[in-house]
Design a protein around this ligand. Structure first.
Ligand code: S3P
Length: 443
């Protein structure tokens, strides 16, 4: 992994959109990489991982598991790791665990920590310290864990004192895979049955990986019931597909560029993550999804995608569709600006508690570029088809805001300068190199 990511990226003045053909493989899936590092670290014996995203967020999880006594050996190829797991019993770290910018690291690790018999303090950067943790503290407390906060209640840093957990059936008020996964991971250590019901189906990578490694999880509708314990977890071979949430930026740029043909290789096709594809197709995008295969035995579905650029038209996206594209709302807002007509996105209040308030960050950035956008309490109404002008922008500590607004910059008149780009390394190291390739395609 490269140590430093440029703090500023620029889109020089130039023709609008992408031109020509591009064949691209984006880095590994962030959500799946976190889970592979955690579950590999809990299984007894050696688990082999490939395609692991070597981004700051996932490396925070790796460092955390290493602090808890798990041994990682990096293979010769990028993204290959051999994990010598602990059999679920971790060792007490001698300092607080730093989750960096990563909500997934913090919330899932909290579930695992609740199953240990020693106290652990979890902390993170300024953005993560501002994010809601009550949503995991509440179910974990119902299971018997205790939380202590160094500062405001429900915020990091906090100490989890676990052990002696009881299973619960948790009715989650939010369609959050982090909350669901936290409870299921704690449930591995609980006496009695653990289940989670969520209001809408969120990404199911934890359930799939648990099954792949030998722990039965039954899903019926939006209820997930853990049928095994930590003692059922086996080591295995896990291949991480390319991250559809990283592919999303180029998908939108290509779909809105008449004459462009983009091939994206080995993209994760988990149906709980493919909402953006459905919406773009509804907006008129031409997307061919290649044969869907399993990344590895029992693993996640993957496919190659081909996107032909053309015109897009506005659409409506409501609450029921949000969990399947929750991280793609910022780039969807860019697609909407580039489309003809109005797009309405609502039921997306969760966007306000991500790495930043993504609804206002996107509205602010796109309005600065000349777009017409109304911000709703839980969404955005976007008038598409207007002209965009380049602007000087700040990423506001949020990787997806930076990358989304840079995509808008590819279609703007004049130069776009984005400050605060270092956060892009939390999810997409190498984005700057792919952007340089994209800029070549504008010539
Ligand atoms: C994630 C779940 C989502 C998503 C985040 C990754 C995960 O968060 O936004 O980027 O890996 O479980 P929520 O669970 O808060 O919706």
């Amino acid at each position: 992994m490269r140590a430093a990511f440029p703090s500023e990226l620029r889109i020089p003045a130039g023709p609008s959109g992408l031109h020509g053909e591009w064949d691209l493989t984006v880095p590994g899936d962030k959500s799946i990489s976190h889970r592979a590092l955690m579950l590999g670290g809990l299984a007894p014996g050696r688990t082999q991982l490939s395609g692991v995203l070597e981004s700051a967020d996932c490396m925070a999880t790796l460092a955390a598991m290493a602090q808890l006594g798990v041994r990682f050996e990096r293979g010769a190829e990028p993204g290959v790791y051999f994990v010598d797991g602990s059999g679920g019993r971790l060792t007490e770290p001698n300092s607080a665990i730093d989750c960096g910018n990563s909500g997934t690291a913090m919330r899932l690790l909290a579930g695992i920590m609740a199953g240990q018999t020693f106290p652990v303090t979890l902390d993170g950067d300024a953005s993560l310290r501002g994010r809601p943790m009550q949503r995991i503290a509440e179910p974990l407390a119902l299971m018997g864990a205790k939380f202590e906060y160094a500062g405001p209640r429900g915020r990091a840093p906090f100490t989890v004192m676990g052990g002696g957990l009881n299973g619960i059936h948790y009715q989650s008020p939010t369609a959050s895979a982090q909350v669901k996964s936290c409870v299921l991971l704690a449930g591995l250590y609980a006496t009695g049955a653990t289940a989670v019901t969520e209001p809408l189906l969120s990404r199911d990578h934890t359930e799939r990986m648990l099954r792949q490694l030998g722990v039965a999880v039954e899903t019926a509708g939006c209820t997930h019931r853990l049928l095994g314990t930590i003692d059922d977890l086996n080591p295995g071979v896990i291949e991480v597909p390319a991250d559809i949430s990283s592919a999303a930026f180029w998908m939108v740029a290509a779909a809105a560029s008449p004459g462009c043909r983009l091939t994206l290789r080995g993209v994760g096709m988990n149906p709980t993550r493919t909402g953006l594809l459905d919406v773009l197709i509804r907006m008129g995008a031409q997307i061919e999804i290649g044969p869907v295969t399993a990344a590895c035995e029992g693993g996640e579905p993957v496919a190659d995608l081909v996107i032909w650029g053309g015109g897009l038209r506005g659409t409506e996206v409501h609450e029921d569709e949000i969990p399947r594209l929750v991280d793609e709302v910022p780039i969807l807002a860019v697609a909407a600006v580039l489309a003809e007509g109005e797009t309405r996105i609502d039921g997306a209040a969760e966007l306000r508690v991500k790495e930043s308030d993504r609804l206002s960050a996107m509205a602010r950035g796109l309005v600065a570029m000349g777009a017409q956008i109304e911000e709703l309490p839980d969404g955005l109404v976007i008038q598409g088809g207007g002209r965009l002008r380049g602007a000087e922008l700040d990423a506001g500590h949020d990787h997806r805001i930076a990358m989304s607004l840079l995509m808008a910059g590819l279609f703007a008149e004049g130069e776009t300068r984005m400050h605060g780009c270092a956060f892009i390394a939390t999810s997409y190291p190498g984005f700057d190199m792919h952007l340089a390739q994209a800029l070549e395609m504008r010539k």
